[in-house]
Design a protein around this ligand. Sequence first.
Ligand SMILES: [Zn+2]
Length: 146
Amino acid sequence: MSGYAVTPCTCGRLRVIDLSSETSVCPYCGKSVVNNNVRKLFVDDDQRAVRDALAQLTGFEMPEEDPEVKKRIEEADPFSTLVYRYEECSDIELKMEILAKGLTELHGTFTLEDVKKVDEKNGERILKAMVVQCIVFEPEPGRYRI
Ligand SMILES: [Zn+2]
């Protein structure tokens, strides 16, 4: 494998890994991982694109200078990105908004199953809370959207 990827470390920080190496060490916590086995939020041959993706994921900002790079980042796995943002967010209200918006963008309307794919343990509780707080509504039974 070659190229570069953005990966979330178990310490909660995002970092860039070089996929031509078999293993890498997190500069923040020192944990060593096998590059093939880690979750990759964004993969590209261009190191600059990967760095821009990292900046975007960290600051939730889209770099604007290169439309080509911007397009590739937008096409990065939207589900992994959603899961990452959801997990990283510690504010429960904001978490629900990220989830509701993300799932609506991905699926149009979403189900409890879709919520559970992001948060297996709390899915049911989170969905109920989103309905109660009118973050989502239920246009048809069992299907939700913002
Ligand atoms: Zn780490």
